[in-house]
Ligand binder design. Sequence first.
Ligand SMILES: Nc1ncnc2c1ncn2[C@@H]1O[C@H](COP(=O)(O)OP(=O)(O)OP(=O)(O)O)[C@@H](O)[C@H]1O
Length: 240
Amino acid sequence: MLLQVDGLRKTFGRRVAVDGIGFSLDVGEIVGFLGPNGAGKTTTMRMIAGYLEPDEGVAKIFNIDVAQERRRAQERLGYLPEGAPLYGEMTPWTFLRFVAETRGMSREAARHAVRRAAQDARLGETIDQPIETLSKGYRRRVGLASALLHDPLLLILDEPTDGLDPNQRHAVRDLIRKLGEERGLIISTHSLEEVEAVCTRAIVIDQGRIVADKTPEALKEEHGSLERAFQTLTRGEERV
Ligand SMILES: Nc1ncnc2c1ncn2[C@@H]1O[C@H](COP(=O)(O)OP(=O)(O)OP(=O)(O)O)[C@@H](O)[C@H]1O
């Protein structure tokens, strides 16, 4: 099993952000986290990626407990946070080399890893262009490439197509599908169309809990459409 999550729980003050989330994931699966604003998607992803400690529960990547052996677990996953920071004046090449070296790779290994990640993220000609001059779509690909540098089998992407125009969205979705062939992916999205287009499984989260975990087709069949499923399964109350 690539990823096993059991009973994850996180509170911030009196607010329960994640309230007992559990699921598992295998290679070849692309899981979409769906849910209203504030449902707990990002908090769950951050706990799985080892950037936030759960109050309760465990996440294990290839049986490695993320909270107990954070570094070993993180070597096996790539995480693209929402609005990941990039250094605008650097080119993707220098930025990715920098990230690879801060990850402890030798110069030679870093060069090799950057070349492969740039190829996997389809950076093409933009590799030598300052990041601040790139379109949002290409900047997102630079972020993706940085998550792919160490060739992880698990990828966690927080709203990877948010803010992109339809063409760029299409291109990044193609990329996600391709990456998902040999890896396990979790993406969060507010786009039901995206879930239908790329996800093999949809996990609907509401108020910190999983309220559905099935294929997009099964959700559609049960509720008539994904939109209806979303409306029925989530309470739609606005959270801060
Ligand atoms: N660091 C924090 N401190 C306090 N509250 C937080 C913190 N991070 C998240 N929360 C709260 O936890 C709840 C879940 O937030 P989270 O960001 O996980 O939701 P989300 O499903 O990713 O939402 P969105 O779709 O808006 O990105 C929200 O009520 C949020 O305000």
